[in-house]
Design a protein around this ligand. Structure first.
Ligand code: ATP
Length: 279
């Protein structure tokens, strides 16, 4: 696996309160347990890519606060180059999550420093792949479509209509089944990967399916971060020369590994270690 990857995207502190039930509007529910963990689609994808073996740098922003320092530390520990992550004046992006005993959740996202991500002074080389998601401004995604000389992968999550120039330019657009149903414009995109959770995933060229791979059987603990791990693995697989179906199978294996751990930034092995089991 030989891949240089730049991830341009969000960095969030996930602050989770686990309670017996979710409060109704205006209500207070006591007895919660608090946990903090690194998150944000951009950071999750960068951490996964580095652990899967890509030379990975991240472009993003954190705030001048302890959450920001903790998020940088998590990325550094995963092996991500963090020197192009800016320190913004606003607070680190935060997801406030409430989870009840049944795993049902409510999430409020405060984008904070993610609104200040900028490509000023950033150079892209033709032999690096760039992977981005929609938790940063669509103007920035359009700027990437304009400036990235190499392989450009866009994870269109959360589901937002993409600028036409992005659909035309992207070498790969990755969505889940729901996002695909929300974005009819993807029918004309060059290459789209659609994930179907425990069913697997497919590749579509101009709206026609060219490859499908069944999911790898897993014992799910938390699906948070499965999509992010999948995006990193598929981008690395396709840009380092795996055939489409093999790249899908490798990405499914990595997605399955991700659902078996609670963390959104699991400790994956190198991508190559997921391959022999597929043959
Ligand atoms: P997320 O929950 O992170 O937002 P997503 O909705 O973007 O995920 P999914 O389609 O749920 O994406 O999962 C991405 C990939 O991970 C799937 O294509 C599949 O390969 C793998 N995966 C997800 N859930 C399971 C599961 N229960 N068992 C096995 N593999 C799974």
């Amino acid at each position: 696996i030989d891949c240089s990857l730049t991830v341009v995207g969000s960095i969030n502190a996930d602050i989770t309160a686990t309670t017996s039930r979710l409060p109704a509007a205006g209500e207070t529910v006591g007895g919660g347990r608090l946990s903090r963990s690194p998150g944000g689609k951009g950071a999750n994808q960068a951490a996964a890519a580095a652990r899967l073996g890509a030379r990975t740098r991240m472009i993003g922003a954190v705030g001048p606060d302890t959450d920001g320092q903790a998020m940088l530390q998590a990325l550094r520990a995963a092996g991500v180059r963090i020197d192009a992550i800016a320190e913004a004046t606003t607070e680190t992006g935060t997801a406030l999550i409430m989870v009840d005993a049944d795993g049902e959740n409510q999430i409020a996202v405060c984008e904070g420093a993610n609104a200040e991500v900028s490509l000023d002074g950033v150079e892209f080389s033709p032999d690096e792949a760039v992977l981005t998601q929609l938790e940063i401004s669509l103007d920035l995604i359009a700027e990437l479509a304009d400036r990235v000389p190499g392989f450009l992968a866009v994870n269109a999550a959360p589901a937002l209509p993409l600028p036409a120039e992005v659909v035309d330019r992207a070498d790969l657009i990755i969505v889940n089944e729901f996002e695909y149903s929300q974005l009819p414009q993807l029918k004309t995109a060059r290459l789209v990967a659609v994930t179907y959770g425990a069913k697997g995933s497919a590749l579509l060229r101009n709206g026609e399916q060219i490859a499908f791979a069944e999911a790898v059987r897993a014992n799910p603990v938390s699906t948070v971060g499965a999509g992010d791990a999948y995006c990193a693995a598929l981008t690395i697989g396709l840009t380092s020369g795996l055939e489409p179906e093999r790249a899908l199978r490798a990405a499914n294996a990595v997605g399955a590994a991700a659902v078996e751990v609670a963390s959104a930034q699991p400790e994956f092995d190198r991508l190559a270690t997921y391959l022999p089991a597929l043959d």
